[in-house]
Design a protein around this ligand. Sequence first.
Ligand code: PNS
Length: 163
Amino acid sequence: MSVAICPGSFDPITLGHLNIIRRTAQIFDKVVVCIMFNSTKTTPMFSVEERVEMVRKVVERIPNVEVDTADGLLAEYAKRYEGAVLVKGLRAASDFEYEFQMNLINKKINPSLETMFLTASEKYTFLSSSVVREMARYGADLSDFVPCEIIDDVEKKAQLWRH
Ligand code: PNS
């Protein structure tokens, strides 16, 4: 059985993430969406539990997608699934530089771990969780940015952050 791991902080999951997850689910037998900690980012807007709940709501109708969390190194986590491949989305050259470095670090820790990249769909190349957080804080319409199942969750959290 072919297994893909789609790792990320998903703070929150965006339509761009969902596009990559759907496309990965068409290529691999099983996809594990792994919600992780990114030490280069500031305090997350959503707790891990909230992010898990949101990702679950969004992927529940894709039968071969599971949601998991991990707080250690991604390359160590991937050892749980024999032959698993990391799948990540690439939006721009700037993503490539970061991902290229991550791939080298992951390979140092787990030499048999492969990473594959899917190019982001053109309509989502501008999109990131940080853009969503910023738009939400200013009360913007989020329907072009996050899956409809979680718009309320993001708006509610943004309201709390405004007060
Ligand atoms: O969605 P993001 O924030 O771009 O995802 C980045 C993530 C969470 C995949 C990355 O920070 C990560 O792999 N974190 C786990 C810790 C790790 O393995 N770091 C790489 C070695 S320094």
